[in-house]
Design a protein around this ligand. Structure first.
Ligand SMILES: [Zn+2]
Length: 395
């Protein structure tokens, strides 16, 4: 499973932003040719210097576009409140706007050295420091942020599997890739010795339940940039062709992990044609892997939601007159339709011997739209809760 998790830094304007999103999420004609029809999210911030695309900087049409993309799930990350947001008042103004427009975001990503960041070391944030003028964690977590990124990036392709350092070394670039390998190994060693800063590198997991400094409960998540040059190398739209290589995608499929890819898609050379040839080829390659069923490409929020949901479920199996019954227990989400089982379970799959004679109960209720899957590369058939794709808004 892979999410392209892009910080919007340096995106010039709403046209560039939308053209990137249309190319990635639709099959419409774009400046780069037909879109690749993936499911890729994006991020937004509010208070930025005027030359950068941001919610308050753009025009009414730009703000309407952002709201539509938040509602459809394609803008899924709040990239701090921006460089110029220095006080709680800035956070209140942004959250009011989001709430008033029924726009929900669940993912927070620290940006640069914005005062509203949560990480106090590398990102110099004060957002969760009670008493500081930039303190907003109570409001932001209260609004609905569940997942927080505080600058943790791994060089390992794929998390939620045993961390394999083998893919990092690149024989064409032995010195620099050797340094990257050494750094990743050192972070892991520090984590195992109890180092707080690199704790997430120990278990190589995407998610870790924790608290902010004001004790607000969150899931922290780790991103990945598997480029041989290191975690801050080629993390830009102009270089994504050097990151999403066929080797990298093969390694991810082979390892079977999840990857929240750290990048900045708005850092490009030509605003009229945002992605260069290598980038376009990389996304077409990813599109093939997606349609071929080897990599599930989705938004950061959906990937994190799925990982969370899988952590939280319990299940057992019984045999009854209809065959095998999977009894799944999960959290209940309140919605305008009433109480529903966790929506983030979409895609959950069980290998079973006889899919046609298998049924599923969620919290005691029969689940009627179980999907039957043909045997996969392991030779085993399975059943799934259907994966429902997001609908890109009409533009
Ligand atoms: Zn940023």
């Amino acid at each position: 499973m892979l999410a392209i998790c892009s910080d919007l830094d340096e995106t010039a304007d709403r046209r560039v932003y939308l053209e990137i999103m249309r190319f990635l999420n639709t099959t419409e004609t774009t400046a780069m040719g037909p879109g690749v029809g993936l499911e890729v999210g994006n991020s937004i911030y509010f208070d930025m210097p005027p030359e950068q695309f941001a919610y308050w900087n753009t025009d009414d049409a730009g703000r309407e576009m952002v709201r539509a993309l938040i509602r459809s799930g394609h803008i899924d990350c709040l990239h701090s409140y921006g460089d110029l947001a220095t006080t709680r008042q800035h956070a209140i103004r942004a959250l009011d706007e989001l709430d008033r427009n029924n726009c929900k975001l669940e993912v927070w990503i620290d940006h640069g050295t914005a005062a509203t960041n949560f990480d106090s070391t590398i990102m110099q944030g004060h957002g969760d420091e009670i008493g500081h003028e930039a303190y907003h964690a109570d409001l932001t977590i209260g609004y609905g942020i569940k997942y927080v990124w505080r600058a943790r990036v791994s060089s390992i392709t794929g998390q939620d599997i045993p961390g394999n350092l083998n893919g990092i070394l690149n024989w064409k670039h032995p010195v620099k890739s050797g340094r990257t390998l050494f750094k990743e190994a050192a972070k892991r060693k520090l984590a195992r010795k109890g180092n707080h800063k690199y704790a997430m590198h120990g278990p190589n997991e995407t998610l870790c339940p924790t608290v902010l400094r004001d004790k607000s409960p969150i899931y922290e998540f780790m991103r990945c940039n598997p480029h041989w040059g290191g975690v801050t190398s080629c993390e830009q739209g102009r270089h994504i062709g050097e990151v999403l290589t066929s080797n990298m995608l093969d390694r991810l499929v082979e390892q079977g992990g999840t990857c929240v890819l750290y990048t900045h898609l708005g850092k490009i050379d030509d605003p009229n044609i945002p992605f260069n040839k290598a980038a376009v080829e990389a996304f077409r390659r990813l599109g093939e892997a997606f349609r071929g069923g080897s990599i599930l490409v989705t938004t950061t929020r959906r990937l994190l939601g799925y990982r969370r949901a899988v952590r939280e479920i319990t299940f057992n199996t019984t045999c009854d007159e209809k065959g095998l019954c999977i009894n799944l227990n999960t959290r209940v989400d309140e919605s305008h339709l009433g109480k529903l089982p966790d929506v983030d379970l979409s895609g959950l799959t069980f290998y079973v011997p006889t899919p046609e004679e298998t049924h599923l109960k969620i919290n005691g209720q029969d689940f009627l739209s179980l999907k039957v899957n043909e045997p996969d590369y392991t030779g085993r058939p399975s059943v799934s809760l259907p994966w429902i794709r997001l609908q890109f808004p009409e533009s």
